[in-house]
Design a protein around this ligand. Structure first.
Ligand code: ADP
Ligand code: MG
Length: 212
């Protein structure tokens, strides 16, 4: 790991489906861009070969064991670290990443694997400077998925499963985690995100807010 030499910042967006991660990532991305900061956005699973295989799992899960799924997530992340995260951190970029290894721990953990072991298996991946952990009551996030996004719940999104996922997220204790109360309006959540990011970047949050 290049923890000592890296100059950029890695900000990851974590939490169960429908908590508003992707919405907030976009808002933060355009805000930081407007401020002229060197920001890039990415997501996991990625759009690479392994990432595409993982996205197919949403339709065809039964073809893989949870161990095989975990291997795919780790392979996708190794590629992401090598080809995107490390080079961008070395260039001093602020990376906004939609899901990271906490999601692997929570989702594969909810399938019965040990979350702590999964976190340890990810020690090849750069530690985030800030983990924005989005938390909202399950009925709120499920309603956003079904009503807001107009989707039906896929197999990773069934209620009991999501309860387990949320419980694992809630129990994860790692440095740099900032818990975001994602139950409020988009604007309210955005303010919490800005406050956390301003602190990380040593900016006054008013400077980020006021020039909107
Ligand atoms: P996630 O990426 O965490 O799954 P999304 O950002 O895709 O969540 O949001 C899911 C749906 O909920 C979208 O339709 C989005 O417009 C809506 N949404 C996001 N944040 C809020 C919020 N704070 N209040 C109400 N609706 C929201
Ligand atoms: Mg999303």
């Amino acid at each position: 790991m290049k923890e000592r030499t890296r100059r950029g910042k890695l900000i990851v967006f974590e939490g169960t489906d429908g908590t508003g991660k992707s919405t907030q990532l976009k808002l933060l991305h355009s805000l930081l861009e407007k401020r002229g900061l060197p920001v890039v956005a990415t997501r996991e699973p990625t759009d690479g070969t392994y990432g595409q295989q993982i996205r197919n799992l949403y339709v065809n899960r039964h073809r893989y064991s949870r161990e095989e799924e975990l291997e795919l997530f780790l392979a996708d992340r190794r590629e992401h670290v090598r080809e995107f995260l490390t080079p961008n951190l070395d260039e001093g970029k602020i990376i906004l990443c939609d899901r990271y290894y906490f999601s692997t721990a929570a989702y594969q953990g909810a399938l019965g694997l040990d979350p702590e072991t999964i976190l340890q298996q990810n020690d090849f991946a750069p530690e985030p400077d800030l983990v924005l952990l989005f938390q909202a009551p399950l009925p709120v996030s499920i309603d956003r998925i079904t009503t807001g996004r107009g989707d039906t719940l896929n197999k990773f999104e069934q209620r009991e499963f999501l309860e387990k996922v949320a419980a694992i997220f809630a129990a994860i204790d790692r440095p740099n985690i900032c818990r975001i109360d994602a139950s409020g309006s988009i604007e309210e959540v955005h303010r919490q995100v800005i406050t956390a990011v301003a602190a990380l970047l040593s900016l006054h949050s008013t400077a980020l807010f006021s020039l909107n």
